[in-house]
Design a protein around this ligand. Structure first.
Ligand SMILES: [Ca+2]
Ligand SMILES: [Ca+2]
Ligand SMILES: [Ca+2]
Length: 384
């Protein structure tokens, strides 16, 4: 019997998993001299350390900018703010993801994402543009943009012309895919850019960023709550799934917490099974992600101290200078005669006439080491 070999060709639709950005400009350099168009209509603002491009035109009209860009397989991700107005045909933004001309007023071929239309059904819409005119709607978003606002937008395109639109309602929001479409009429491009149309009252109401730049999660504070517990506070809420015992390690000893309490969305309490090492030790923290899984903590090492209880005679006045001549200041030198790390926090120093707290913060005095107390430590250093 002859073997019948059947070759089955399965058609698998191309998944939109593009990983590379087709175009980015974060405007950090506050320089758009590499863009072409109505450059004088634009300036910059900085919000939380992030630079945004700001249209600040003098009167009603249109303003556009373009820049050479040839990548078409990947994604365009950007921020757009239609600041507190209801977009319309007279107040809208058109993002030209692909264009064969630098001037969007010409008879271009390409693809344009529209933000703003008459009526109240405003959503992001991707159009094919042929000879400068809309030539078919490739996909239609669902996020309501009829009231303007802040939007993070990502448009993906693969080599076959499969498009996808993802939107979030804020700069650092989590984008969600909301529409797809297929159009491969044009598969190459020369320019990226945008064109805004506006009335006089909206001439300064457009903001952009063509790269999403979210501050990473960081350690805001770490300190001992007691001899076996460390509080760590992050700069933003974390993903609880990434709070694993193995992500927190103390050296020396390679100690991991035995349990972790989560008193708030941005702080943890690491509970260790025994007292932490006395003196100074390092806490290594790895693999913590923010609650939106958008940024990951850079591997961080924090040096902490665990002070020990003092005993009578541990701290002595080793030396002092009273009523010195000239410009010299009085000083008192304290010595830690013990072999343990001690804390001078809340210790008081005085004489018959006065009594002062040395420090209301942690003030380490290392084993067999000195702390010199003076009202003018700079002068003291220059003399001794
Ligand atoms: Ca930026
Ligand atoms: Ca630049
Ligand atoms: Ca509208």
């Amino acid at each position: 019997m002859r073997a019948l070999i059947i070759v089955i060709l399965v058609f698998i639709p191309s998944l939109i998993i593009a990983q590379s950005a087709n175009f980015q400009d974060d405007f950090t350099d506050q320089d758009i001299s590499d863009w072409t168009g109505d450059n004088a209509d634009f300036t910059f603002i900085t919000e939380s350390g992030n630079v945004l491009l700001h249209q600040d035109a003098a009167s009603a009209g249109t303003s556009q900018l373009s820049i050479p860009s040839t990548n078409v397989v990947g994604f365009w991700e950007f921020f757009i703010r239609l600041d507190g107005f209801n977009p319309s045909d007279g107040n809208k933004s058109e993002i030209y993801l692909m264009s064969d001309s630098a001037n969007f007023d010409q008879a271009i071929d390409g693809y344009m994402l529209q933000a703003g239309e008459d009526g109240s059904g405003d959503v992001f819409r991707l159009f094919r543009i042929s000879d400068g005119a809309k030539d078919g709607e490739v996909l239609t978003g669902t996020t309501d943009i009829s009231g303007g606002g802040d939007f993070r937008v990502r448009v993906d395109r693969d080599a076959s012309g499969n498009w996808a639109l993802s939107v979030a309602n804020s700069y650092s929001g989590v984008i969600v895919e909301e529409a797809t479409g297929t159009d491969n009429t044009y598969s190459s491009t020369s320019f990226f850019g945008f064109k805004n149309t506006y009335t006089a009252t909206r001439a300064g109401k457009f903001f952009f960023d063509f790269k999403i730049d979210i501050p990473p999660i960081q350690i805001a504070d770490a300190s001992l709550l007691n001899a076996s517990t460390i509080n760590v506070t992050f700069s933003k809420d974390y993903d609880p799934a990434t709070i694993q015992n193995s992500n927190f390690t103390i050296t020396p000893g390679n100690l991991n917490p035995t349990s972790i309490d989560q008193p708030s969305g941005s702080s943890v309490e690491l509970v260790f099974g025994s007292n932490l090492p006395s003196g100074s030790f390092d806490l290594d923290i790895t693999s913590i992600e923010d609650s939106n899984n958008q940024t990951t903590l850079a591997d961080t090492t924090i040096t902490l101290f665990r002070f020990e209880e003092y005993q009578t005679g541990d701290i002595i006045i080793n030396e002092f200078l009273k009523d010195p001549p000239g410009a010299l200041e009085e000083y008192v030198e304290l010595k830690n005669t013990s072999s343990r790390l001690l804390n001078l926090k809340d210790w008081k120093l005085g004489d018959n006439g006065s009594l002062s707290t040395i420090s209301d913060q942690d003030l380490a005095i290392f084993p067999d080491s000195f702390v010199v107390i003076s009202s003018d430590t700079a002068a003291l250093k220059s003399v001794y």
